[in-house]
Design a protein around this ligand. Structure first.
Ligand SMILES: Cc1cc2nc3c(=O)[nH]c(=O)nc-3n(C[C@H](O)[C@H](O)[C@H](O)COP(=O)(O)OP(=O)(O)OC[C@H]3O[C@@H](n4cnc5c(N)ncnc54)[C@H](O)[C@@H]3O)c2cc1C
Length: 320
């Protein structure tokens, strides 16, 4: 958040003036979203605010609804692309208390579950390290995923045969009407890279807190597991390149990377956007790619894979 520079207030639409009267925290106007996503590229957002506590976020949600202003919450921006036309509305980032981790139970003995309450703004890296230091097992598979807990749960992120949904006990979220509710596991429907409600919708809600189910292990086994997963990533993925990880979802029973590779698309470029030659399901920004370049490359890959194999790939990355 340090990189935020407060922008000049841009007069114009009435909601902008109303928002600056209503919101006591900083508002950043006409923000270049390249700074907030791992693709390192993206259009501008009209406004960006950092919410630091539940009460202020509840009232912000209520205000946005009352004023008919579009909004989007983001975590670490590792699975989004803001298109070149930009985002008309308010981008919300969770800071402050939303980064907290609190044990719900005392550390258990071998085999016993331990519940941990995690703020949605907490980074995966911080949570994995926190758990490793307390010898808590169960989320090592997340190591190397550069997201926030809110983003990981919203995406039901996973790797190496595990998904975060398997660990979730409750999800607390704030809806558009500004009301906080806690949803039990039975009310949640986790599927491949997706979280939905069994009844109703989460589409207009912000996840603010998650309780995870972990179990005790030893520091040595946790560190060894994390090392192994990181080594696997280093061997397969274009580490350090600006990307959003796997661009497309794997179709049922197949892998998007295999299909893209089989269509001969490794190295395919649009401007500085390129299909990684290391991992075909990664689109990388090799320098000065625009969001339009990435979207054009995405469409070309979809078309060519469809012609080659008859499969229409679905993006995993959320286009805003
Ligand atoms: C190098 C690299 C490797 C990756 N490896 C993996 C991997 O192995 N497995 C995997 O599953 N993914 C992987 N990803 C993709 C990405 O890291 C995950 O999808 C991650 O969960 C996104 O988290 P985020 O906080 O960055 O979310 P963002 O990208 O900021 O947002 C993603 C979506 O989640 C929503 N969202 C974010 N926070 C909240 C919230 N608090 N409440 C409600 N909705 C919210 C956003 O609105 C958006 O729709 C990788 C990405 C990169 C760049």
């Amino acid at each position: 958040m340090d990189s935020l520079r407060k922008k000049r207030y841009a007069p114009g639409s009435a909601w902008r003036q109303n928002l600056s009267r209503f919101w006591s925290g900083a508002i950043y106007w006409d923000v270049d979203m390249a700074e907030y996503c791992t693709f390192k590229v993206g259009g501008k957002a009209e406004a960006l605010v950092v919410a630091t506590g539940r009460t202020e976020l509840e009232s912000l949600m209520h205000w946005l609804r009352e004023n008919g202003v579009s909004w989007q919450v983001i975590g670490r921006g590792s699975n989004i692309l803001v298109q070149s036309a930009g985002f008309n509305g308010v981008i919300i980032i969770l800071g402050g208390r939303f980064g907290a981790i609190d044990p719900v139970d005392d550390p258990g003995t071998e085999g016993q579950e331990v519940k941990v309450r995690v703020g949605a703004g907490c980074s995966v890296a911080h949570l994995v390290g926190w758990c490793a230091r307390r010898h808590l097992r169960g989320i090592e598979f997340l190591v190397g995923i550069p997201g926030s807990i809110g983003g990981v749960v919203c995406m039901n992120a996973g790797a190496w045969g595990s998904e975060i949904g398997e660990r979730v006990v409750t999800v607390t979220c704030i809806g558009q009407e500004g009301v906080t509710r806690t949803l039990a596991r039975e009310q949640l429907d986790f599927s491949y890279r997706r979280l939905q409600l069994n009844k109703g919708s989460l589409a207009d809600s912000i996840i603010v807190e998650v309780v995870l189910r972990l179990h005790p292990g030893t520091g040595e086994e946790i560190r060894a597991q994390c090392r192994e997963y990181m080594n696997r990533r280093r061997a397969k993925q274009p580490m350090g390149a600006a990307s959003a990880g796997s661009f497309f979802k794997n179709p049922s029973g197949d892998s998007a990377g295999r299909l893209i590779d089989a269509a001969g698309l490794k190295g395919l470029r649009r401007g500085d956007a390129m299909v990684s030659s290391r991992h075909a399901n990664f689109i990388v920004n090799t320098g000065q790619a625009t969001a339009d370049d990435i979207v054009a490359l995405m469409k070309e890959v979809q078309q060519k894979v469809y012609l080659h194999s008859g499969v229409m790939l679905e993006p995993e990355v959320h286009l805003l």
